[in-house]
Design a protein around this ligand. Structure first.
Ligand code: GLN
Length: 221
């Protein structure tokens, strides 16, 4: 019997930039597999939730029968990394959820005790880039690309904050009226046990350290 040294990592592939995550995960030492059906979750040691549109990802995850199985895997401690829309999908609370035709709020997998605000940077500046101090990856900053990105408005005591947008950057880019700039509402990267999430998109840059950090969580489990 041969034992694979390369951990199999699922990449939710119903919508969004899953191809970029597959490439980044491979570069970080994973054996990435697209996940479209519940069977695709078998044998994975970690799961990546890509950027995209969280409302669409949530709808398709339900239609494809993935919502409950992924919730169960998260509850069982599966390492999961979410970027941007993926961060929203890991949030226990969405402050401003989209409503469907029947007025039901968009769903998430949940798992991270935090409240997120979607599209938190306002319309004027839908996308921007910033160099961020990232806990555990010092001294080199992480070059972060934000695309219609969410912010973490509030994180529970079990959630470790890994990165924030510096206040001057936030004032320049965010919809300042909607945000209390003095509050914690600048959080853009978090971790809680086996769950890791960033508002930004390392998969669209050469930044490999976020996926490498995720692979250390996968390896430790
Ligand atoms: N605004 C998107 C959402 O609410 C996220 C954008 C992204 O993933 N780049 O799902």
């Amino acid at each position: 019997m041969t034992v694979s040294q390369t951990p199999r990592v699922g990449v939710l592939a119903v919508q969004g930039d899953f191809r970029e995550h597959i490439a980044s995960a491979r570069a970080a030492g994973a054996d990435p597999r697209p996940v479209r059906r519940p069977q695709d979750l078998e044998g994975i040691s970690g799961l990546i939730l890509p950027g995209g549109e969280s409302t669409t990802i949530a709808k398709l995850a339900r239609v494809f029968g993935l919502l409950e199985p992924i919730r169960e895997l998260i509850a069982d401690g599966l390492p999961v990394y979410g970027s941007c829309a993926g961060l929203i999908m890991l949030a226990d609370r969405i402050e401003d959820p989209a409503l469907d035709a029947r007025g039901r709020p968009q769903e998430s997998f949940g798992g991270l005790d935090m409240t997120v605000k979607r599209n938190a940077f306002g319309r004027q500046r839908e996308s921007f880039e910033a160099d961020l101090a990232f806990r555990g990856l010092e001294p080199d900053p992480v070059h972060a690309v934000f695309i219609r990105a969410p912010l973490v408005l509030e994180a529970g005591p079990g959630v470790e904050v890994l990165a924030r947008v510096p206040a001057p950057q936030l004032e320049r880019h965010a919809d300042a009226e909607a945000l209390d700039l003095a509050s914690d509402g600048r959080i853009v990267a978090v971790r809680s046990e086996n769950l890791l999430a960033t508002s930004f998109h390392p998969e669209v840059t050469d930044e490999r350290r976020i996926h490498e950090l995720f692979m250390t969580i996968v390896a430790r489990r």
